[in-house]
Design a protein around this ligand. Sequence first.
Ligand code: ATP
Ligand code: MG
Ligand code: MG
Ligand code: MG
Length: 562
Amino acid sequence: MKQSMTLIPTLREVPADADTKSHQLLLRAGFIRQNSSGVYSYLPLAKKVLHKIETIIREEMDNASAVELFMPALQQAELWQESGRWYSYGPELMRLKDRNERDFALGATHEEVITSIIRDEVKSYKRLPLALYQIQTKFRDEKRPRFGLLRGREFIMKDAYSFHSDFDSLDEVYQKMYNAYSAVFRRCGLNFRAVIADSGAMGGKDTHEFMVLSDIGEDTIAYSDTSDYAANIEMAPVTAEYTRKNEEQKELEKVLTENQKTIEEVSSYLNTAPENCIKSLVFKADDQYVLALVRGDFEINDIKLKNLLETSVVELASPAETKKIIGSEIGSIGPVHVEGDLEIVADYSIQSIVNGVCGANEDNYHFINVNPERDFTVSRYADLRFIEEGDASPDGNGVIKFAKGIEVGHVFKLGTRYSEAMNAAFLDENGRSQAMIMGCYGIGVSRTLAAVAEQFNDENGLVWPANLAPYQVHIIPVNMKDEAQKGLAEELYQELKASGIEVLMDDRQERPGVKFADSDLIGIPVRITVGKKAAEGIVEIKDRKNGEVIESDKAQIKEVIS
Ligand code: ATP
Ligand code: MG
Ligand code: MG
Ligand code: MG
């Protein structure tokens, strides 16, 4: 491609509102332009990189036996009402009406659409398992769109969904997806870790996030160099210390048994809880809001709240009241479900219980009069603290370190959360109807592009890994008015292109300084400078990564750059 024929609007100045390397460089190097807050155009260079990331993803999805489809971004509200997420997703879901005043959502994710397809088309265990994926634009009205492509309101996601007749099959496909994700991010050259993540109140069991290690990451991960343990800090409170104390466990079990009388259908599997985290939930029971502390995993689908520790009655706080008491909003949002007799109003981590208010980042999701001494005994948790750097890792094989991470991928065992709500059932071998078991798996494609830009750059610009670079070779005729230079540049351009190499040629009538600076900024791995020695057939070859420059005869050029 010749630069005079494409659009690469580079900028000299660092854009004022771009505060991360990737955001600055992608703007400056002419890869992206902002349209509105969190909404971007991908200009030709970015489109090429996206294409390469997508190709890697497609290859790995293919290896994992997942098949591509494409679903609508414009989704009827009815599906979201069936799943319940129309009511629980909150303002992040972009909603609109058509000319007939019918409600629609712009897809934030596609569990509802895929579940509706599969429930209509798959009726027998013989057709399972099935894994499908798409690469598509997603819409989320993020509260704080920022860091350019890293947190957009319109972004590209690869989302996959799997359907199973039993949990073993889900485990198997989950592992395949996990491996596929590891391969994708490895092939993108990213320094990442797969971490245990918080399954929230989705009823899911296993879930892992793929985190790119980066100082600008919005998540904190706890990991150890010498053990396999790695978790999102949300999932890593040190209760390890706690579990070690058998005596206290027994005491807990006692509390548990007592509390089972308070709320029916609560079962306790203290010993089998996969993760030792403390969570709090608020239920609506008998028209009262009940704060419950729950230890370990819990499954709302079965209305089995494992490991219930304590309960107490609390009141809903208005956002105004919340602000008055604590000065700001706190906590993390949890989904709302209506399941059976228990209305789960919100869930949040124990961290968010501050000054008698706890809750989530959403209006009317705060609770007041939560009194740690009265509602649950603080002394019992006094030796409970959140994991810190220097602690032993829970598996005992190493020492905990913290790092900031950018979540680029997420794999999740959904179980029957959607199939039950939306009646996606199949007939098993005995002709009995059963809810399908599901998994879901997402990769932020545009976020991955930004994460690569964030990890691969230097003071002069972007430094693309060869397999993701928009072009392999950048040819720069220093002076386009010099016939020898122009002629040799054109000759090399045609020759390299003919041998399948992606070449960009700067055929603009610009000063050499401008061309070199732009070339560094764009970050193509190999630069061929056609200058003073053009008449002798000699060019300069520069490696963008290490800055090494060598001279080459035009006859040797293909060997030199390969
Ligand atoms: P985050 O915690 O960053 O808000 P998420 O957990 O809400 O992400 P998922 O629902 O797990 O995101 O979506 C799958 C993937 O989509 C994420 O792992 C991430 O890579 C990507 N993604 C999510 N939100 C955005 C966004 N606003 N902009 C760009 N990519 C995103
Ligand atoms: Mg999010
Ligand atoms: Mg997340
Ligand atoms: Mg996620």
